[in-house]
Design a protein around this ligand. Structure first.
Ligand code: ADP
Ligand code: MG
Length: 264
């Protein structure tokens, strides 16, 4: 029997996860023996070579795919899959807003589908829109918003169901460099302030180090956890670039890069 961590302060626990795709061309082994747990409120970043199995892992955690071997526990509840969307919020790699709906109709789509259009949920969405500078855009269509605003709207749509665990799959990759810096800083703050547990998959090492409490480096396929880096940055304020200017930042960057480069 695998030991699975179900203690009180653990939000998510993965034990010995294996996964392969089966196609007419043969078997593609994506994940091998992935084991880690996440404390409540912890922010984890996953980096690894393209095609190593990062999105596959998020699909498994969200319940879209079932692991071949292994166990997942969400808040101590053992489950083969963990498909309760109100516990887990998933922002997919290509999570587009629908052009035929207004921003308000987009961010409330999940609530509508799940028949959870309560006053409390509506209130939370309006508050999020207000907090993140989108109040005056609620009647606009997605194409009328900047890339950064659209990304914030997609995050609000994910937060609307008040999930306790957030899965973010390369959420900033469509943004230009400056917007990416601003939006990742914004979104990092949103997640910290709301004390969510989060997993961020990113190609951007600086982003991983500045946003996360811990970085996991995945190997090339079949992916295993190559190394784990707890991140502790000394910062005096939480302004836009403070995390990247922390004295420890560069040495984390170099250490993680050293591991990552051998996997690419
Ligand atoms: P990453 O997100 O790390 O870039 P993915 O998890 O998307 O990687 O994919 C891992 C591997 O599995 C890749 O080699 C990819 O080609 C393969 N793969 C992904 N989805 C499928 C699928 N539906 N059928 C077959 N192979 C797939
Ligand atoms: Mg991916």
């Amino acid at each position: 029997m695998e030991n699975i961590n179900t203690s009180d302060d653990i939000a998510l626990s993965l034990s010995n996860i294996h996964f392969s795709y089966h196609s007419p061309l043969g078997e593609i082994k994506a994940l091998e023996n992935i084991t880690f747990s996440l404390k409540k409120g912890e922010f984890l970043a996953i980096v690894g070579p393209s095609g190593c199995g990062k999105s596959t892992l998020l699909n498994i955690i969200s319940g879209l795919l079932e692991p071949e071997i292994g166990k997942i526990a969400v808040f101590g509840t053992n489950s083969k899959t963990s498909s309760d969307a109100s516990v887990i919020g998933y922002m997919l790699q290509h999570d587009h807003l629908f052009e035929w709906r207004t921003i308000y109709e987009n961010v409330t789509l999940g609530l509508e589908i799940r028949h959870e259009f309560s006053e409390e949920n509506k209130e939370r969405v309006l508050q999020l829109l207000d907090n993140y500078g989108l109040s005056s855009f609620i009647h606009k269509r997605p194409s009328e918003l900047s890339g950064g605003m659209k990304q914030r709207a997609a995050l609000i749509r994910t937060l609307a169901l008040n999930p306790q665990i957030l899965l973010l799959d390369e959420p900033f990759s469509a943004l230009d460099y400056q917007t990416r810096l601003m939006v990742s800083s914004d979104i990092g703050k949103i997640i910290r302030q709301s004390n969510k547990t989060a997993i961020l998959v990113t190609h951007n090492l600086s982003e991983a180090i500045s946003m996360a409490d811990r970085v996991l480096v995945f190997s090339k396929r079949p992916s295993t956890i190559r190394k784990e880096f707890p991140i502790k940055l000394t910062i005096t304020d939480d302004s836009l670039l403070a995390y990247r200017n922390a004295p420890e930042f560069q040495s984390y960057f170099n250490e993680i890069w050293e591991v990552l480069i051998h996997e690419s």
